[in-house]
Design a protein around this ligand. Structure first.
Ligand code: RB5
Length: 159
């Protein structure tokens, strides 16, 4: 049977590495392929490097969705949201994960590897990947306004 599920980009820093390694086989179980953008151990690294690499790959459309893990999810989401076209949602609970897709059409999920336990983290990832954007005009309008803010502060709208 053809697998129509999109390939997911996943990355972490050292603080998120453990959870990333748990989420990788879980993505496979759910039927998703993935590309691991690093890091590859618990050796200390700088989270913006990994957020940038993954977010650029989402911005270009190479990946429709990405998952970033650091200790809290904060640094990863902050860094990723600097890239135009990225809507990274820090979701350490299921309700936020669902809403970030339905209302905000988030294209990156950031999660705190030292905040959320393994099983709830899997549930957050599952809900986030399976929830569709509502497509309601009010939500489209609000996302358009986010884009307008990006455009206002960008020297060029080209990558
Ligand atoms: C690393 O020590 C930690 O600061 C990082 O994983 C992340 O939580 C930053 O927001």
């Amino acid at each position: 049977m053809k697998n129509n599920k999109c390939k997911i980009a996943i990355a972490s820093d050292h603080g998120g590495w453990h959870l990333k390694e748990i989420l990788k086989p879980f993505l496979k179980d759910l039927g998703y392929g993935y590309t691991d953008f690093g890091t590859s151990s618990e050796e200390s690294v700088d989270y913006p490097d990994f957020a940038l690499a993954l977010a650029e790959a989402v911005r270009t459309g190479e990946y429709k969705k990405g998952i970033l893990v650091c200790e809290t999810g904060l640094g990863m989401s902050m860094a990723a949201n600097k890239i135009p076209g990225i809507r990274a949602a820090l979701c350490n609970d299921i309700f936020t994960a669902k809403m970030s897709r339905e209302h905000n059409d988030a294209n990156i999920l950031a999660i705190g590897g030292r905040i959320v336990e393994e099983e709830p983290a899997k549930e957050i990832v599952k809900i986030w990947l399976q929830t569709k954007f509502s497509n309601a005009s009010r939500h489209k309008q609000r996302i358009k306004k986010i884009k307008e803010i990006e455009n206002k502060f960008m020297r060029s709208s080209k990558g």
